[in-house]
Design a binder for this molecule. Structure first.
Ligand code: BG6
Length: 480
């Protein structure tokens, strides 16, 4: 067969991510025939379970998250790949059994260790893996976000992991990179003649990157309150969207060529300072409205918390292509809609020869979700005797119009790990550069006595974020 054989050791196997995403996505790959028939998944966690007990949990918690092509027969054959071992990452002796179990399989070519645990355990887990030889060249380690809580802790984690694994063995996940529509951006930009020549400050006036969610913090209050939107979404997902939008054409689509270009974008970001944060960054928090709780009323959120559920940033990239073009980034929970999109606003053209002469500028909208679409807003003539023009979208909905099964982000990424493809994972320097960029914001907020700007649940965010753009004569996309 053409698939690569593998043993996957899944730490945190009884956790939320494993049940909601990792196992359902592995099932999906199994059904599509993308997993080697001998490939095995060994769930490990602290829970005292045997294989049967683990399978019961998978049955009750993972199966319901399978989105496509569910069949009892396929499920039963998928389940045969699963096994379970109780391992406490802090107990070196537990790893002896783990090492033996992996060796007993005698498939030593390709071992994937997925650490879906809190990052504070990464260092110890890696040390214990190394002690039983599970850091040899045939082992890859996957690190789930958040990788640290600031630049320093992120550096420490990376340094610890680097004691046991080489950089090319380390797969730092940002699931946004697994999204088909974000990868499509590279095709759009570099496989078409008409976009790239305009993709610069001469023709583009401003760029907006949005990840809006309708959900609140749900059951994650405890985690969320010490995390906040800046660490949860901006440092990683929004930064990756920014990189894919702004980067130069890489020499190839190989891992280091792509990552070299992404790092350059992050490093070219105009650094924020303690003072400029007050001007260029908006911290928001949702308030009760439409029968919904405000953030401060959510479960496990401490009274008076300043944790942000919304962030907007005016960023600038100081390079030849982008100097002078504002990049407006924003993300929030409990917003009016669920949408992730990239909007490029082109410069205004002189349309005086047309009646009215108020023609709106062109706009390119790349929607990542809920739909995967590209819409190019173009002026066309209004039918009839006059010479008016109006804006209309040339649009393609990739999900509906392009044939082929679309993989969920985690499925694509898990397969890439199994096949040793690093391009869609973060390199150390890239991740640390992204932390470096957000540090002045974290520092400013850590000492600020100014409460976050409130915004009503299911609205488009705080008034201050509207003002951030209004100062430059711009508006957020939903108001354009
Ligand atoms: C995760 C965040 O990384 O991304 C969550 O921790 C967030 O808070 C999620 O809800 C959003 O991912 P997606 O793919 O649903 O946009």
């Amino acid at each position: 067969s053409t698939q690569t054989n593998f043993d996957m050791v899944l730490f945190g196997a009884t956790g939320d991510l494993a049940m909601r995403k990792l196992l359902p996505c592995l099932y999906q790959a199994h059904v599509a025939g993308l997993l080697h028939p001998e490939g095995r998944i060994l769930g490990v966690s602290r829970s005292e379970l045997d294989r049967a007990g683990f399978l019961e949990k998978v049955e009750s918690s993972a199966k319901i998250h399978v989105k496509q092509h569910f069949s009892d027969g396929q499920w039963a054959s998928f389940i045969r790949r699963l096994d379970y071992l109780t391992v406490d990452v802090t107990r070196a002796e537990d790893f002896t059994a783990l090492g033996e179990m992996v060796k007993a399989r005698q498939q030593t070519e390709n071992i994937v260790v997925y650490l879906s645990t809190a990052p504070k355990f990464f260092a110890q887990a890696c040390a214990n893996l190394a002690a039983v030889g599970l850091n040899a060249d045939n082992v890859r380690v996957v690190l789930e976000k958040p990788l640290g809580t600031d630049l320093q802790s992120s550096r420490e984690i990376n340094t610890d992991v680097a004691r046991y694994f080489k950089e090319e063995q380390i797969y730092r996940i940002d699931h946004y990179l697994g999204k088909e529509s974000l990868q499509n951006l590279l095709a759009l930009r570099f496989a078409n003649v008409m976009f790239e020549p305009l993709w610069n400050n001469q023709y583009i006036e401003s760029v907006q990157l949005t990840i809006a969610e309708q959900l609140g913090v749900e059951e994650r209050g405890e985690f969320y309150d010490i995390t906040g939107a800046l660490r949860d979404m901006v440092q990683n997902h929004l930064m990756q969207m920014l990189c894919m939008t702004a980067m130069e054409k890489p020499a190839s689509l190989d891992a280091d060529d792509v990552r070299d270009e992404k790092v350059k974008v992050i490093k070219a970001l105009k650094p924020l300072t303690a003072e400029s944060v007050n001007e260029l960054v908006v911290r928001g928090q949702y308030t009760a409205d439409k029968g919904m709780n405000g953030y401060l009323q959510e479960k496990d959120v401490p009274a008076g918390s300043f944790t942000e559920t919304y962030v907007a940033i005016k960023a600038e990239i100081d390079n030849a292509r982008w100097a002078g073009v504002p990049f407006y980034l924003r993300t929030g929970k409990r917003m009016a809609g669920k949408v992730a999109e990239i909007v490029l606003n082109f410069r205004k053209l002189d349309t005086l020869i047309f009646d009215g002469s108020q023609a709106a500028p062109n706009r390119l909208v790349i929607e990542l979700q809920p739909e995967e679409s590209v819409r190019l807003y173009t002026q066309v003539k209004t039918p009839g005797a006059g010479n008016r023009v109006e804006l209309t979208a040339l649009s393609v909905n990739m999900g509906k119009e392009i044939a082929g099964r679309r993989q969920e982000a985690y499925e694509r990424l898990l397969l890439d790990v199994i096949n040793g493809k690093l391009a869609l994972f973060n390199r150390r320097d890239e991740l640390e550069a992204a932390w470096e960029y957000v540090m002045p914001i974290l520092d400013n907020w850590a000492t600020s006595t100014q409460a976050p700007h409130g915004y009503a649940a299911h609205s488009w965010g705080p008034e201050a974020a509207r003002e951030l753009l209004a100062r430059d004569g711009h508006r957020w996309h939903e108001e354009q």
